[in-house]
Write a protein that binds this ligand. Structure first.
Ligand code: MN
Length: 270
């Protein structure tokens, strides 16, 4: 039997949170065990990695997201078992309640257990929409705390060949024409007047790079922080423009250069 769900229930007030009440019980019939990864924008953004085991969801909180590159490993903090019906839960946990914030499903699917060690270590093959391949959960006891496991991506057939260097992306530039193109397949948007910046989000940290390859991250630290939160995924690359808005909400290059305190700075991703 898995850990009881009493810890799950103890932490939650069923009259205040929309989360599943926490009934225990296995699913009937033959089926592959499921996994789910939920993006949890709580006091601290993290990803909850859950595996169906013994009639419950064995759960770990992964602050940097599930590692994608073979050999990469991330902290995975063991948390209380969750009920099976938590696997379909998405929604808002109200302020003041345990885990207050937004829960979204980032990936789900089935998995196979490839290896289970005496110390609890697990190697699994995930069959999800985003996650396909082999991961290991290791009871690493980081900082001497037995809650602190590691999740690591293993090399396997499904893993991408290692790149010599991370791919770099350049902003997509506009082409000057005499006429406005018409017809299906065209969209129109305002020309934003600010700093063009490619936002590279890796492990929930953003680096902003200008057209000329200069690092703008320190200059627009708040933008970098918010882009990582808004991206809804721990790893991606966005092309966009950092703009300062004037009093009427228009992007203003002079407002940007003056850098007046209180001027809203925004990032428009194309
Ligand atoms: Mn969580």
């Amino acid at each position: 039997m898995s850990e009881q769900l009493s810890e799950y229930r103890r932490k939650r007030d069923a009259s205040k949170t929309p989360e599943p009440a926490g009934r225990s019980g296995r699913r009937s019939g033959n089926h592959e065990p499921m996994f789910v990864v939920q993006r949890h924008d709580a006091r601290r953004l993290h990803y909850d990695f859950r595996l169906e085991r013994n009639g419950a969801l064995a759960s770990r909180a992964v602050p940097k997201g599930v590692p994608l590159e073979p050999g990469q490993q991330h902290l995975a903090v063991h948390v209380e078992d969750h009920p099976l019906d938590y696997a379909t839960f998405e929604g808002e946990i109200p302020a003041g309640e345990y885990g207050a914030g937004t829960v979204e499903i980032w990936d789900r699917g089935t998995y196979e257990t490839l290896e289970e060690k005496k110390n609890g270590g697990l190697t699994v093959r995930l069959h999800g929409e985003r996650l396909n391949g082999t991961w290991a959960l290791v009871p690493a006891h980081l900082s001497g705390d037995e809650k602190n496991w590691l999740i690591l991506r293993k090399r396997d057939d499904a893993s991408e060949p290692l790149r010599a260097a991370p791919a770099t992306y350049k902003p997509m530039l506009a082409t000057l024409t005499d006429d406005v193109p018409r017809g299906a397949g065209w969209e129109f948007e305002v020309k934003w007047d600010g700093y063009r910046a490619v936002a590279t989000v890796a492990q929930s940290e953003t680096v902003l790079t200008s057209r000329n390859g200069n690092d703008l991250t320190a200059r627009f630290g708040n933008v970098a922080k918010e882009v990582a939160k808004a991206a809804k995924t721990p790893d991606c690359v966005l092309d966009g423009e950092v703009c300062a808005l004037d009093d009427s909400g228009r992007s203003s290059f002079s407002a940007m250069q003056q850098g007046k305190a209180g001027t809203p700075i925004v990032y428009y991703a194309f």
